[in-house]
Design a protein around this ligand. Sequence first.
Ligand code: 5RP
Length: 221
Amino acid sequence: MAMTQDEMKQAVAKAAIDYVVPGTIIGVGTGSTANYFIDELAKIKNKIEGTVASSEASAERLKGHGIPVLDLNSVDEISVYVDGADEFDRHLHLTKGGGGALTREKIVAAVADKFVCIADETKKVDILGKFPLPIEVIPMARSYVAREIVKRFGGEPVWREGFITDNGNVILDVHGLEIVDPVGMERELNNIVGTVTNGLFAQRKADILLCGTANGVEVLT
Ligand code: 5RP
């Protein structure tokens, strides 16, 4: 019988354990797929030095398993970062931030030697943008940033009302974009004053993507 989406998430989380480098610090992402990875990591927790978490939620889950969680400022090197995605294309450019953790995710991914993305085939697209692009914004700049986005890129920014990030900011989800140049758009979005982070992971894309399919895990590079 074909795997369900949840089973595909579990399968890629399990497969990601092969990329864990013993004796090192592992970066850990956020979301339901990353949660499965945390549960798998717990089984080999004595083989790693510790973790850096990309959200308070993941830190809590890691600690619940008795896995050490370190402050990024006390860490020089992260061997591998394992995290999910909301969308990916064939170049392994990603959209992330559905769970609102994009800023810390981008920071941990930047530090890591290798970024292993774990996702299932339902998230594969030809052109990014079907999933609304999350942008973390300083609260007072929310309306300004929304206007600038419409002016520069079109699309429809929607305030994720009632949601505050781990950094005390708000999220705009931009609907209706067709992102033909993810690297360029990531760079230009970073230039809008008041924007903290955008959910495009294109300048620092995934190095490896473990893709859950109905028939098993495919390794994309
Ligand atoms: C959180 C993220 C997640 O990686 C993304 O939303 C995927 O989540 P899930 O594994 O639950 O589908 O970017 O900010």
